[in-house]
Structure formats: structure tokens, C-alpha cells
Design a binder for this molecule. Structure first.
Ligand SMILES: Cc1cc2nc3c(=O)[nH]c(=O)nc-3n(C[C@H](O)[C@H](O)[C@H](O)COP(=O)(O)OP(=O)(O)OC[C@H]3O[C@@H](n4cnc5c(N)ncnc54)[C@H](O)[C@@H]3O)c2cc1C
Length: 455
């Protein structure tokens, strides 16, 4: 039996962040992982999808070269090449992360762990006991009742990130972030793409205006959308799959990707047996990520907060600092930046208009159209920056659509989290011509002194 200050079950974004910060603060840490350190984000989530999206952007660049006076054509995709590039990025980051874990003196335990008492995790008969246990077992791709994932004709994002060919046609079931990103990739790679979404709009957690703009842009790109209609059934054939919708419509494609959300990994690993309070498989925690059992904490996709890697990082750091006695501030979940990395990108921080109104704010809105921004015209992108603000008060939310707007979030995040008002941001000088200028212009307009804005 080995004794630790911190035993962490799961080496994804949440778990490894807790391990790295804990070790940095002088805690004796064990990190238990059944697969590879880095988890979903590094091996089958954030990193591979963003590499695929970058290949997609280059494919579009080649296809659309003539628009910019460049003689180029897209001769097709070389998926071996795409995968080699993507895997190269993953392997480099994996090597770096593994080295970091080692260099911080963290005891890395490879194997499937189970919580066997309130302070012990067992791996292959060996017990690891900790003054504190952090549960960080993450999430898995869900499917719908009766819809069996075979990994060939009917797949999830796990298979999507490793596909060795470009499908002629794809039905993406689910128009959330993951579904929209894959639809964007495959359209750029040359597939015929249809998104089926039961809710009336894509990326439904975003401000309604962002959903509408993404839908318009996707339709313009030739991505077919079936919104507000539920999936009824799927029949698999040798060469394709036919999906029937509840309105009776049927669609046939070479591939069906199921992107209907992710569920917590919490079954058969001792959580219930140890009396941890859970809801639909999610481990419930307080604002410091403590479970109901003293000394047991939970972070990342396993708890019902936003399923994002940087949320996992923040929760892992919070727990390590709390254990080390630093008494960190709880996380303000409204202030977390969110990006859908499709073409165009959608990025936001803070409250949507609907949420701000629901919370009783006296709301004013301003939408700055990227048509007025020089760099956006150079990039041939359209979109907007929408500000949601309290009347005579701070900016409550920033919602953006357009190429590369994810990179503008850093400033939006400071504006939101530092409770800046439009008048505070308006005097800040933004470099010309950059997309970030649009952020400055939006705040100038909201402060009553628009420069490059009509109306
Ligand atoms: C396709 C896709 C794209 C995404 N893109 C983004 C993005 O662009 N940006 C972003 O912020 N987020 C993105 N995410 C979400 C992000 O990947 C997750 O929020 C993040 O990985 C959650 O971290 P985690 O540590 O909670 O869980 P995970 O990363 O899932 O890690 C959990 C780890 O626990 C291990 N484990 C589970 N059970 C056991 C056990 N019993 N014993 C030992 N080990 C165990 C697993 O092997 C796994 O490695 C994406 C997700 C997907 C699927």
C-alpha cells in the first residue's frame, strides 16, 4: 500500500491539472490512468478536431485561391497525410505532457482504478491511499436508445477523429459544438453533409443570434440542416445508412455520426458504493469541487459543469490549491470562454441576451457587423460582435461569429470578468487592421461614439 496527499483517478484535463498543481505545491501525488495521460481532449477531442479543422481551412484555401488571385485547385484530400499531421501534433503534446508529469515527481499509475474505500483507489490489486481523492474519470460519447454504434457505418466523435477516408456523404446527428465542428470539417473535405438537430437551432447554448448566423453561413456553404426535428430510427446497409426522422423524412448517407452529447464515466468504479451523491451519473460537488464525502473531490466532465478542457484545468487547479490551503476563489462559470471552431467560428463569454433578461438585468444590446472591419474584408469573412450590456453598467456578455473570432475571446474575457463598461473599453486603441479592432469599435459604438459603423 502507498500513502499520498492526493490520489487522482483519471489523467485527462481535470485530473492532470490537479496533479501538476498539487505537485507544484509540494503535495505527494499519485495519478491513475487506464489509457493515456491527456485524456479525451488530447487524444480524441480538442486537439485532433482542431487539427482536422486546420486541414479543412487549408483545403478551402486551395479551393478558393482564385478569390485572392492565387492559381490553386483542391486536387483532393490525402487522409493518410491529414492523419499523420494530426497524430504528429498529438504525439508531440503527449510526449511533452508525459515528461511534465514525470519531472514534477508525480507517481503515474497505469491501469484501471476503482474507489474501494473513502480514501483508497485500487489498481490491479494494489491500493493507493490518499488524504484526498480526486475523481476525474471524465465522459464518454452517448448515443440514443436503439441506436447502436458499430464504429464503421454509425460512429461517434471517437471514430470521427481517426477516420481514414473522406465519406461521400455524412449525416451528423446533433447540432451542438461537436456536431457542428465535424460537419464543418467534412464539408471542407468534400463530403455531402446534413445535420439533424432536435432543437430548433444549432449550438443551442449560445446566444440565439449566433446560432442564426452559423445556420446562415452553413447553408451558404451547402451544409444541409434539419432543425427542430427528432431522429426516429436508423437502418444500416452494407454501403450506407438510412435515417428516418419523426416527421417521416428519410435521409441516406455513407456515414452516420452520433453527436448527441457526452455522459459521465461513473459506473462500476465504486462511487455509488462509497455513498457519493450523484445525479444521472454526474458527481455532485459544491463551489470548491468537494463531494458530500469529506476528502473526496471531483472535477471535469464528471461533474455537471461546462464540458470543456479549460474548465477541467481550472477545477483541477482549484482543488489542488484548496487542499494545499491557498483558499482560492470559486470559479465564476459565466466567465468561461466558449468556442465552436467551425467555419465560421462562434465564440462567447458571459450571458446571452435571454439569460441576462432572465436574471433581471436592464439589457442594452449592440451588434457590430464585421462588414465594417478591414481585416474581416481581407479575410473574406462575415459575422459580427454582439455586446450584451447592463444599461449604464458593465458588459454582461460578448457573442461573436466570424473567421478567427475565437482568438478575440481573450479580450472579451477580460472585459466581462473585470466588469468593464463600454466607456472603459472605448478609449483603448486597437491596432489597424486587425479583427480585434472590431472589439474596440463595438464598444465605441455602445459608448455612443461609433467610428466605422453605420446607423
Ligand atoms: C470531439 C471533441 C472535441 C472537443 N473539443 C474541445 C475543445 O476544442 N475545447 C475544449 O475546451 N474542450 C473540448 N472538448 C471537451 C474536452 O475534451 C473535455 O471537456 C475534457 O477532456 C474533460 O476532461 P476530464 O479530465 O474531465 O475527462 P477526460 O479527458 O475524459 O479524462 C478522463 C480520463 O480518465 C480515465 N479513466 C476513466 N475511468 C478510469 C478508471 N476507472 N481508471 C483509470 N482511468 C480512468 C480515462 O481514460 C481518461 O483519460 C472536446 C471533446 C470532444 C469529445
Amino acid at each position: 500500500m502507498s500513502q499520498f496527499d492526493l490520489v487522482i483517478l483519471g489523467g485527462g484535463s481535470g485530473g492532470y491539472a490537479a496533479a501538476l498543481r498539487g505537485a507544484q505545491l509540494g503535495l505527494k501525488v499519485a495519478l491513475i490512468e487506464s489509457d493515456k495521460v491527456g485524456g479525451t481532449c488530447l487524444h480524441r477531442g480538442c486537439i485532433p478536431t482542431k487539427a482536422l479543422l486546420h486541414s479543412a481551412e487549408i483545403a478551402d484555401g486551395a479551393r478558393e485561391g482564385a478569390k485572392f488571385g492565387v492559381k490553386s485547385t483542391l486536387n483532393g484530400m490525402d487522409m493518410d497525410g491529414v492523419n499523420a499531421y494530426k497524430d504528429g501534433v498529438i504525439n508531440k503534446l503527449y510526449k511533452g505532457l508525459s515528461g511534465l508529469v514525470k519531472s514534477r515527481g508525480i507517481v503515474f499509475v497505469e491501469g484501471h482504478g476503482k474507489l474501494v474505500s473513502k480514501d483508497t483507489v485500487e489498481v490491479a490489486g494494489v491500493k493507493y491511499t490518499g488524504k484526498n481523492i480526486v475523481l476525474a474519470t471524465g465522459s464518454y460519447a452517448k448515443t440514443l436508445p436503439g441506436l447502436e454504434i458499430d464504429g464503421e457505418r454509425i460512429i461517434t466523435s471517437d471514430h470521427g477523429t481517426k477516420l481514414k477516408y473522406v465519406p461521400k456523404s455524412v449525416i451528423v446527428l446533433g447540432g451542438g459544438v461537436i456536431g457542428s465542428e465535424f460537419a464543418s470539417v467534412w464539408k471542407s473535405f468534400g463530403s455531402e453533409v446534413t445535420i439533424v438537430e432536435g432543437l430548433p437551432r444549432l449550438i443551442a447554448l449560445e446566444d440565439e443570434s449566433s446560432s442564426k448566423q452559423l445556420e446562415r453561413a452553413f447553408r451558404k456553404r451547402g451544409i444541409n440542416l434539419e432543425l427542430g426535428v427528432k431522429f426516429a430510427s436508423a437502418v444500416k446497409n452494407k454501403k450506407d445508412v438510412t435515417v428516418t426522422l419523426e416527421d417521416g423524412k428519410s435521409l441516406t448517407a455513407e456515414l452516420l455520426m452520433v453527436a448527441v452529447g457526452r455522459g459521465p464515466v461513473s459506473d462500476n468504479i465504486g462511487y455509488q458504493e462509497q455513498g457519493i451523491t450523484m445525479d444521472r451519473g454526474y458527481v455532485l460537488v459544491d463551489d470548491k469541487c468537494r463531494t458530500n464525502i469529506p476528502g473526496i473531490w471531483a472535477v471535469g466532465d464528471l461533474i455537471p459543469t461546462l464540458q470543456l478542457a479549460h474548465v477541467g484545468f481550472a477545477e483541477g487547479i482549484l482543488v489542488a490549491e484548496e487542499i494545499a490551503g491557498l483558499n482560492p476563489h470559486p470559479i465564476n462559470y459565466d466567465g468561461i470562454p466558449r468556442v465552436t471552431y467551425s467555419d465560421p467560428e462562434v465564440a462567447s463569454v458571459g450571458l446571452t441576451t435571454a439569460e441576462a433578461k432572465k436574471r433581471g438585468h436592464d439589457v442594452v444590446e449592440l451588434t457590430y457587423d464585421l462588414a465594417g472591419n478591414g481585416k474581416a474584408q481581407i479575410l473574406n469573412t462575415s459575422g459580427s460582435i454582439k455586446l450584451v450590456s447592463q444599461k449604464n453598467g458593465p458588459v454582461l456578455g460578448v457573442h461573436m461569429v466570424g473567421a478567427r473570432v475565437g482568438e478575440l475571446l481573450a479580450e472579451a474575457e477580460l472585459i466581462y470578468n473585470w466588469e468593464a463598461r463600454a466607456e472603459d473599453v472605448a478609449p483603448l486603441i486597437h491596432a489597424h487592421p486587425t479583427l480585434s479592432e472590431a472589439m474596440g469599435e463595438a464598444h465605441m459604438a455602445l459608448a455612443g461614439k461609433p467610428l466605422h459603423a453605420h446607423g
